[in-house]
Write a protein that binds this ligand. Structure first.
Ligand SMILES: [Zn+2]
Ligand SMILES: [Zn+2]
Length: 416
């Protein structure tokens, strides 16, 4: 088996790995590069893989480890008929996002990844392992071919709501792995050495913030970070508040197909339709989407009265709606995403908006990626494997942290 990391040896984002055996190939992830200011979302950003620009039957399939842009974001440029391997809930979420966001996409045809359910594709045996990550339905994958075994971590962590999956991998993971293709997102980031807060700890912290907020408690988080939505929901309940979600978020929760996760129909959950999402629903003519939340809606006229008893999921696109609803007296904003985005020039508009309205911003977040100590636990489990860094800006630190490291270069083929 041969491998080539087309993108990812030196960066977080744009991940793409090609594996070859007996003249056929599979690809692991086809991500959008995330460099600031990069206009990457065009076909010229596609890695040089045969079958990407025009169909090639020797490309057997493209595995999408999880529904984050940096892992699937260039998929819509692939020729029609390209076969994707992705979790079924992940595929549904991306399709449900389509009317609301340019990041939405219909991926088909698909073979669905299921936890520990082996897939045979030509000479490749693919075994997915459901993992804990800030994206829902995220997998690590074991790829076996020609008597060799490569384990690709995808993105993972051990401190989320599904942290047990990480321990299960260490307890009941693959027996023999020759190459561990391991993400190292948090290396070099603040707090990565000592470990991160769990979602449960974050829930307690959020509840305290909600309790000392007089008016509307706004929670700025990703509508696709299902773990975090659960955390916000539970924290709201601890604080005796209901949760108001926007319709896009309602659709993401619904697309999980998981009745154990908060849903629009649940007691204490209401759905708000911001004007920008209303326009998108109209443009895409998907009126059935708005229709299904009819009985759960909260309208602008009642937001001000609901504010002291509510936590509302916030997106920058709804700022004008909130102004018009006059519901921001005594409001507070919780920022629950990666702190780095706060330095992004595109975020400044929202920060100005908050300052002008005297709304305090508090950061309450925990990483979607494993702390270094957890990566070291993972590495120790696969002690016989060599480690190849991916999805990191600090490949140079891998040798010291993990040992037996093979540094690779983007675009350079090697034998697994
Ligand atoms: Zn990623
Ligand atoms: Zn991710």
């Amino acid at each position: 088996m041969k491998a080539c990391i087309h993108r990812g040896t030196q960066q977080i984002g744009g991940t793409c790995v090609e594996l070859e055996s007996q003249d056929v190939r599979i690809v692991l992830d086809i991500g959008l590069p995330l460099e600031a200011g990069c206009a990457c979302d065009d076909p010229t950003s596609l890695p040089a893989v045969s079958g990407f620009s025009q169909a090639d039957p020797s490309l057997l399939g493209v595995v999408i480890s999880h529904p984050h842009l940096d892992h699937y974001g260039l998929a819509h440029h692939l020729p029609s008929g390209t076969r994707f391997l992705i979790g079924q809930a992940a595929q549904r979420m991306l399709a449900a996002a389509d009317p609301f966001s340019p990041a939405g996409v219909h991926l088909e045809p698909c073979i669905f990844l299921e936890d520990r359910k082996r897939i045979d594709l030509g000479p490749f045996t693919i075994t997915p392992y459901l993992m804990d990550h800030s994206a829902y339905d995220a997998y690590a994958v074991l790829i076996q071919a020609d008597g060799r075994a490569l384990f690709y971590t995808g993105d993972l962590r051990a401190h989320g709501r599904k942290g047990k999956l990480f321990d299960k991998l260490l307890r009941l993971g693959p027996e023999r792995v020759d190459v561990l293709l391991m993400e190292g997102t948090t290396i070099g980031r603040t707090g990565a050495a000592k470990g991160f807060e769990t979602e449960e700890q974050l829930e307690v912290r959020l509840a305290a913030v909600f309790k000392r907020t007089a008016g509307m408690a706004l929670a700025w988080c990703s509508g696709q970070n299902i773990d975090r939505l659960v955390t916000v929901f539970k924290a709201a309940r601890r604080a005796g508040r209901g949760l108001i979600i926007d319709m896009y978020t309602a659709e993401m929760l619904r697309a999980t197909g998981n009745p154990h996760l908060p849903q629009a129909e649940w007691e204490g959950v209401r759905v708000f339709l911001p004007s920008n999402q209303k326009r998108r629903i109209t443009a895409a003519e998907v009126f059935h989407v708005a229709e299904r939340y009819k009985s759960r809606r909260v309208y602008p006229e009642t937001l001000a009265a609901a504010a002291p008893r509510s936590v509302m999921i916030f997106r920058p696109s709804m700022a004008d709606d909130l102004d018009r609803a006059h519901c921001l007296s005594g409001a507070r904003m919780v920022y629950s995403m990666w702190t780095g985005y706060l330095r992004d020039p595109r975020t400044q508009r929202v920060l100005d908006w908050l300052r002008e309205r005297d709304i305090a911003l508090e950061e309450c977040h925990t990483s979607g990626h494993a702390a270094v100590a957890d990566l070291q636990r993972l590495r120790r489990h696969f002690a016989a494997a060599s480690v190849v860094p991916i999805h990191t800006q600090h490949a140079d630190q891998f040798e010291e942290l993990f040992g037996n490291v093979q540094l690779r270069k983007d675009g350079e083929p090697w034998d697994v």
